[in-house]
Design a protein around this ligand. Structure first.
Ligand SMILES: [Zn+2]
Length: 426
């Protein structure tokens, strides 16, 4: 044991070991060695006696949250033009606004606002779309690296079905720019990794997908994209890739759908049973984005069905389909949306519980980064000390009740202290 690199946090500790199990330890000790959890203890083990304890008695301590899907450039235009469905919203809001990131000064200003807010939020890890612009994407990576968060960032690829002002000339150009981005950023960052980011099938030609698959193989990159979000989009994919059996198959035809390729697919609202079978088999991660599902009238993803199959699921804010960064809000909304789905469809899928939603926002999404999102021994020490001072209560509550209340009531930045891999951000 290296006592210099040992960190001990004392407080009311909550974490998930699986979707059905929430562990709560009142006045417990979380011990981190070299950024890795040595476990949570009711009594401090002899070996750690005499070491400095950061005493947060009376405060909840939980694992850091993971945002599995969001568009960093869209943070600047969240919360307007929300009365549209996906494809109209992309054309009238997302595309023209994203085009502004060609201007490095604008990109730096917008991304600084985003990263500053993200740093104060409960999110410790995230997978983010940037835009197709190289300098702006590099600026985002630099700012995220400075923030101390653990993130993956993707330069977006798009070579068809987008306006001229936001489209790469052809597949060759898009692939060449991607290689140039990977080379420019190689070895530059410790905590900010590249992730291959074909925007979605409608925006990527077959030739581009083939070239991206080659790049994926050479660099061993993870992949993020969108899947089965909106019925109109799904029908369009079928027209564009007629040989595909379903939307997910249009990625799989190019080898970009899980298996050896760590893959996140956002939304998955209208997945067919065969599509779910393939995702389950390939370990494809689902980024469930309940606020975006509601805002863009996409529907409500059948998260209960995913969980019953033990598929890999986490939560995403999907800014700016979603409007708030908070993964606490995404937890509450994942429950609310599942209840609406259950009542309106009568499909027999039981609504999500608080502990399931908490699992999705912590260990569910965190596991895309390896051992992250829990305090079990061997997990990365990402921890949040929560500020409940703005929601006082007269009665005695259990830790689980306090946690539930915090999930429903917290603001985006009600975090007292934040640690990532044992590093104290504040
Ligand atoms: Zn998205």
């Amino acid at each position: 044991m290296n006592t210099e690199n040992t960190r001990i946090l004392k407080g009311d500790i909550c974490y998930s070991t699986d979707k059905d199990t929430l562990i709560t330890v009142e006045n417990g000790y979380l011990v981190c060695e070299n950024g890795i959890s040595a476990g949570v203890f009711q009594k401090l083990p002899e070996a750690y006696m005499g070491l400095f304890v950061e005493d947060f008695t009376g405060h909840l301590i939980i694992p850091g949250l993971t945002d599995l899907h969001m568009h960093a450039p869209q943070y600047a235009f969240r919360g307007f033009k929300m009365d549209l469905e996906l494809l109209d919203w992309l054309n009238s809001s997302a595309f023209p606004e994203e085009a502004r990131y060609e201007d490095e000064e604008y990109a730096r200003a917008a991304y600084s606002i985003f990263v500053n807010d993200l740093r104060k939020s409960g999110t410790t890890r995230g997978c983010f779309f940037a835009t197709l612009h190289l300098p702006a994407t590099e600026i985002l990576m630099e700012l995220l690296e400075e923030s101390g968060l653990e993130t993956m960032v993707g330069k977006v690829n798009m070579d068809r079905n987008c306006p001229d002002y936001l489209r790469e000339k052809d597949a060759e150009t898009s692939a060449a720019l991607t290689l140039s981005w990977l080379e420019r950023t190689a070895g530059k960052f410790q905590h900010t990794k590249p992730i291959l980011t074909p925007r979605f099938i409608p925006a990527c030609s077959d030739e581009l997908m083939r070239r991206l698959a080659d790049i994926q193989k050479s660099y061993g990159l993870p992949v993020q994209s969108h899947l089965s979000e909106n019925p109109g989009e799904i029908a369009w994919v079928q027209e564009l890739v007629p040989q595909s059996r379903f939307y997910g198959d249009a990625y799989d035809l190019f080898g970009l759908f899980g298996g050896d390729v760590p893959t996140i697919m956002a939304h998955c609202v209208h997945c067919l049973p065969e599509e779910m079978d393939l995702m389950e088999q390939r370990g494809v991660y689902i980024a469930h984005c309940p606020q975006s599902n509601a805002n863009l009238t996409s529907g409500a993803a059948p998260v209960r069905a995913f969980l019953d199959r033990n598929m890999k699921v986490g939560l995403g804010s999907d800014i700016a389909g979603g409007t708030v960064l908070s993964i606490f809000r995404a937890m509450a909304e994942s429950i609310q949306v599942s209840k609406l789905r259950a009542r309106l469809t009568g499909d027999g899928l039981k609504p999500l519980s608080m502990q399931e939603a908490f699992f999705l926002g912590t260990k569910g999404g965190g596991s895309f980064f390896g051992n992250a999102g829990s305090f079990e021994a061997g997990y990365q020490c990402d921890a949040l000390v929560l500020d409940e001072s703005r929601i006082p209560h007269p009665q005695k509550l259990t830790l689980a009740e306090r946690l539930e209340r915090y999930i429903y009531l917290s603001g985006d930045d009600w975090i007292l202290h934040k640690y990532v891999q044992g590093r104290k951000l504040f």
